[in-house]
Design a protein around this ligand. Structure first.
Ligand code: SF4
Length: 426
């Protein structure tokens, strides 16, 4: 409205404007960051990285693997044929014919045809999406760059909007939206983006030895390697770090008795563990308690912690009628048992180093600041600026939208806390 001299442009005008600034937005973001620097708003001691999962302008009902989408298309075509048959038979029976029924049937036929054609067009113009584990992941017919994400608000179709924030005044140093839920590989683009922006405003070696904190979602070998390469002082805890912290030893006292996790925790049932399976030295096969041989599924399995293992799997036919099934498979729907036999850990493991660092009083004190640095930014954007979903489609446009909101957040900080503006206000 400010740019349009007080007019209230409609959604399509705003969408066209947002899409048109894809080249200017990064320069504009850096210029605002430069003003933050001139206004003495940047501290440069501790940066925090986090992601906000927001719905996109796409429905998760239009998601699926290519085979799911083919099935959906076939189901629509079946319904379409049925609707056409009904329509023809009603044409013949003159007595039943009423105008409103006729119009309804025609509309339904058009709708079904449109939906089936849409999936057909999508399948012929796109390739299946492959995830980080090399398997096909779900595509989306409406916005194929968005992803199905699991957030604290449930499963949504959207984008993972990331921001790296400076501690002193919660200024956003770099913002970017990604069409994937896992944060395990996002440290690299986020650190590089922040470095580029800070260099553009005149900082030398902007990330070297700076404290960078991120939550357990970012804990991965890949991210820790990136932190080491960029020579940052990273604080990224593993998901079990609270269990090792004595201050959280009685954290479970607040759990309600109806808490499912609590019930599961209380369970005395013991299932077969990896050491209940034995390795046959003659054949080299892993033998289960029922005497069945498991086959090697992956000889080079590696966990996010850097542990190496051989992954074995029991044949489906062996587990199907096994009398020991209830002692072996926790979930009755699991088809067959998998066992990982660990044999080593990479020397000088980054993950071990990080665990030790986080467990030290200094490490946990530094990490505890993360919440107060980055979460208020997301709270401001989501609750005060009402950015609770992306309204545009495609990663480029969504990214611009996210950067614009972060940019407005920074402008607000300049007005509220910038030294020239504070003096003017006085
Ligand atoms: S469920 Fe499968 S792996 Fe487990 S004991 Fe039975 S056959 Fe062996």
């Amino acid at each position: 409205m400010a740019l349009a001299c007080g007019h209230t442009p409609d959604h399509s005008t705003i969408a066209a404007f947002v899409s048109s600034v894809d080249k200017e937005i990064e320069t504009l973001f850096t210029k605002v960051l430069l003003i933050c620097e001139e206004e003495d708003l940047l501290g440069g001691t501790h940066f925090s990285l986090d992601g906000l999962k927001l719905s996109s302008n796409a429905s998760k009902e239009w998601s699926g693997t290519f085979s799911d989408l083919k099935k959906k298309k076939e189901a629509l075509e079946r319904k379409l044929k049925e609707a056409i048959r009904e329509h023809r038979s009603s044409d013949k029976e003159e007595k039943d014919k009423s105008d409103s029924d006729e119009v309804k049937r025609e509309k339904r036929i058009k709708r079904l045809k449109k939906k089936a054609d849409r999936i057909e067009k999508f399948l012929s113009n796109n390739e299946p999406k492959i995830g980080s584990r090399g398997k096909e992941i779900q595509s989306n017919v409406t916005d194929n760059e968005s992803a199905k994400l699991t957030s604290s608000h449930g499963v949504l179709q959207g984008y993972n909007a990331n921001a790296i924030v400076d501690e002193k005044n919660q200024i956003v140093l770099h913002a970017s939206a990604f069409g994937k839920g896992e944060d395990g590989t996002l440290m690299e683009p986020m650190l590089d983006g922040a470095k580029e922006n800070l260099e553009a405003i005149g900082w030398k070696a902007p990330l070297k030895d700076r404290k960078i904190s991120a939550d357990t979602g970012y804990y991965s070998v890949k991210n820790l390697e990136v932190c080491k390469q960029r020579e940052v002082d990273a604080y990224v805890p593993d998901p079990q770090f609270r269990k090792r912290d004595v201050r959280f030893s009685d954290a479970g006292r607040h759990r309600r008795s109806v808490d499912k996790r609590h019930i599961r925790y209380k369970s005395k049932k013991r299932w077969f563990r990896a050491n209940d399976f034995h390795l046959d030295d003659c054949t080299g096969k892993l033998i289960c308690p029922a005497g069945q041989a498991l086959y090697v599924k992956n000889r080079n399995f590696q966990t996010a912690d850097g542990y190496k293992a051989i992954a074995y799997q029991a044949p489906k036919t062996a587990c199907r009628d096994c009398p020991l099934r209830s002692q072996c498979l926790r979930n009755p729907n699991t088809v067959s048992r998998q066992v990982h036999v660990f044999y080593g850990k990479r020397p000088g493991s980054l993950t071990d180093e990080m665990k030790q660092k986080i467990d030290m009083p200094e490490g946990s004190r530094t990490y505890s600041k993360r919440l107060g640095i980055v979460e208020p930014v997301f709270g401001n954007i989501r609750a005060c600026k009402r950015m609770d979903r992306f309204t545009l489609r495609g990663r480029i446009k969504v990214n611009i939208q996210w950067m614009l909101y972060c940019l407005v957040h920074n402008i607000e900080k300049i007005i509220n806390f910038g030294k020239s503006y504070s003096i003017a206000a006085v």
